[in-house]
Design a protein around this ligand. Structure first.
Ligand code: FES
Length: 198
């Protein structure tokens, strides 16, 4: 009987090719889960099973990785997720105000809430290793530096209407630095979820 995959054939091929890039093939599990999440929006049990099959790994191991890292989402989230750094350097440079501004811009009241149009959600995260460029955030696999309310508005507008908005300066997670900054420390770490209050 023919079964239907939740991941596209193209993506499964991409995932199968990942282990060749790493000394330890199982190191491909995180980028593979990241790809699956990017395609589906969040990781379903079926998606995790398909990732395990594509990587020839134990399904329990793959699920263990997916449930350990807060970077992976097991429930629906906004299509575009803002990871707002509110650690010390970013907070000293206005991160809290930017989070409040973002809430208004996307129309949500709290972290984790999905906007009515399904496009956005956000969470506050610990330092992403780019303090020199504070305040900063990650959206859709890219870091955005030296944030202002106007830049946040631009990031939101860009995603509401990609064709209409001019692209903003950013760096991918395997980063290059913002052109105006020259060489220096590069952001390397994936965001760690901020501890809940109380
Ligand atoms: S405190 Fe925000 S990147 Fe370090």
């Amino acid at each position: 009987m023919k079964t239907t995959s939740v991941l596209s054939a193209h993506l499964i091929d991409e995932i199968k090719a990942l282990p060749a890039r790493y000394p330890q093939p199982r190191s491909a599990v995180m980028p593979a889960l990241d790809l699956a999440q990017e395609e589906l929006g969040y990781l379903t049990p079926e998606a995790m099973t398909e990732v395990a099959t594509a990587l020839q790994l134990d399904a329990g191991y793959v699920e263990g990785v997916a449930t350990f890292y807060t970077l992976f989402h097991l429930e629906p989230i906004g299509k575009h997720r803002f990871y707002m750094c509110t650690n010390l350097s970013c907070t000293l440079r206005g991160a809290e105000e930017l989070v409040e501004h973002l809430r208004g811009a996307i129309g949500v009241h709290e972290a984790g809430e999905v906007s009515k149009d399904g496009l956005f959600s956000y969470e506050e995260v610990e330092c992403m290793g780019a303090c020199e460029y504070a305040p900063m955030c990650r959206v859709d696999h890219r870091y955005h530096y030296d944030l202002t309310a106007e830049k946040v508005d631009g990031l939101v507008a860009e995603r509401r209407s990609p064709a209409a908005a001019a692209p903003l300066s950013s760096s991918p997670l395997s980063p290059t630095l913002p052109p105006e900054r020259g060489e220096g420390d590069k952001p390397k770490r994936a965001p760690k979820k901020k501890k809940a209050d109380g």
